[in-house]
Design a protein around this ligand. Structure first.
Ligand code: SF4
Length: 483
């Protein structure tokens, strides 16, 4: 959050956000996004065009200004994104670019604008079994609370970061830290987060999470019960008992329905934990960074005494394994029915490897989440609610820097989009503090007219590429989906 806010003089005023910086010749405003270039306010980043030909490994299209050869604008080869487009705060005037182009013989309009979000946040999915903190625990960046832990989902821990309470509802340092963390996460940079009473996590969209200094490798194949269900038949005949250790549901093959169906004999095993249904146990240990997201390093601690009346006998073999296959142990019951560690028989090697093989790479996923509010919609149409209805009816497609957005049902245009599908550095900020995100609305020209769109401001793609817009005429072309 650097930048210089300067005072009036021979300076000119940027009106792209409520800060309204006066910017001297050759300087940039407080957000680093706009500059005074020869007495004109320009957007520092070029407007980004997604070029499908680049995505397919083709040459850079010679489409810009005087170089344009007039031959690439048919079809949907090029799509103008809002990255670098600028904004029209407050939206009393049409969005910076309203571009018409032909797609499959039909006339479409794409409205692009960089929207200012004081209410936005990110949802973070961290693929790890490791316990990173309790539900509702505060998540901090630079010591400031920027969000909280939400539910854990299968194989992943979820965070909710940002939102108006942290951006503008707390102290100034809290707002600044939140905006900075959101900006860096959305621009796919690594951010170190700490969870109150939990772990330190380095989160970077599209990269493996680093939990307490440990870089995750695999995302679990499923819970302990699911792993039993998937692989029981492959263990049959090779080992007398299998326990898949998991913080959520620990599975025991001899008791599990999968084992029963296969005719697996009882072993007299006892698991310390809360039995849910046959062969499925909750709370075998506390959450932690050990086996299967528990706090244990020795899996034998979850076992009680073996019952000889139900099948326990000296020589009985036992495989214990975690949900990622990263940890495993092989044991043989001695004469006192105590499991003794033994070398894993070679025939069991492939079964452990199969669990690992079925795990997917552990990643961090960052979904930007925001709501396209009324004033922003006014840059699209004079009758903003009609845009909402058109989006909700899927007649208008919303994208964020070219990435498809999931639009929530219900009121308004509340959306989520995967930041890894956008061009890099698609996001900016203003010091109010708020995040700036690219937004594009694409709809048939007839629909645009019907919802009261700024039809007089529609320009052809060719005109836009040749002459640029109010904030400059520089373009860059990138492949779609940030590839
Ligand atoms: S913070 Fe940026 S967008 Fe806002 S007025 Fe200053 S230069 Fe313009």
């Amino acid at each position: 959050m650097s930048g210089t806010r300067v005072r009036p003089g021979d300076k000119i005023r940027c009106d792209a956000c409520p800060v309204m910086c006066y910017i001297a010749e050759g300087r940039v405003g407080a957000c680093d996004r706009y500059a005074n270039d020869g007495g004109r306010i320009v957007r520092c980043d070029p407007i980004t065009v997604l070029d499908r030909r680049l995505g397919e490994g083709g040459e850079v299209s010679p489409f810009l200004q005087r170089e344009w050869d007039g031959d690439v604008l048919g079809g949907d080869t090029l799509a103008v994104t809002a990255v670098g487009a600028g904004t029209t705060y407050p939206d009393y005037k049409p969005a910076p670019f309203i571009v018409s182009r032909e797609v499959d013989g039909a006339d479409f309009v794409t409205v692009v604008t960089e929207a200012i979000f004081s209410y936005c946040g990110v949802k973070v999915k961290i693929d790890t079994d490791r316990h990173i903190g309790s539900e509702m625990a505060a998540v901090r960046a630079g010591g400031e609370a920027v969000g909280h832990v939400t539910t854990s989902e299968y194989g992943s821990q979820m965070l909710s970061l940002g939102g108006v309470e942290h951006l503008t509802g707390g102290s100034k340092p809290e707002g600044r830290a939140t905006c900075d963390a959101l900006l860096r996460l959305c621009n796919r940079e690594p951010v170190e987060l700490s969870v109150d009473g939990g772990a330190q996590v380095i989160v970077q969209a599209g990269q493996a999470p680093v939990v307490n200094g440990h870089r995750e490798d695999r995302m679990r194949v499923g819970c302990g019960s699911a792993a039993i269900g998937m692989f029981a038949s492959q263990w049959q005949g090779l080992v007398d008992e299998v326990v898949v250790v998991d913080d959520h549901i620990t599975g025991v093959v001899s008791e599990h329905q999968a084992g029963k169906v296969l005719g697996w004999p009882d072993t007299g095993i006892r698991i310390r934990g809360r039995r849910s249904t046959p062969g499925r146990y909750f709370r075998v240990a506390d959450p932690g960074s050990g086996w299967g997201g528990t706090d244990i390093d020795d899996p034998l601690t979850i076992l009680g005494d073996w019952n000889p009346k139900k099948g326990a006998r000296p020589g009985l073999t036992l495989l214990m394994v975690s949900t990622t296959g990263e940890q495993w142990g092989y044991y043989v019951l001695d004469d006192a029915l105590v499991p003794q560690p033994a070398a894993l028989p070679p025939e069991l090697d492939p079964t452990v490897a199969l669990i690992a093989e079925n795990c997917e790479p552990a990643l961090c996923t960052v979904l930007f989440m925001g709501g396209a509010g009324g004033s922003l919609r006014a840059g699209v149409t004079r009758n903003p609610v009609r845009l909402t209805r058109s989006v909700q009816a899927q007649r208008t497609r919303v994208t964020v820097g070219g990435a498809p957005a999931y639009v929530w049902p219900g009121g308004g245009i509340t959306l989520m989009a995967d930041v890894t599908r956008m061009p890099v550095n698609a996001f900016g900020h203003v010091p109010t503090p708020a995040l700036v995100a690219p937004l594009e609305f694409t709809l048939p020209r007839d629909e645009y007219r019907a919802l009261g769109g700024h039809d007089e401001a529609v320009r052809t793609l060719r005109d836009v590429l040749e002459r640029g817009g109010e904030y400059g005429a520089d373009f860059r072309a990138v492949p779609p989906e940030g590839g």
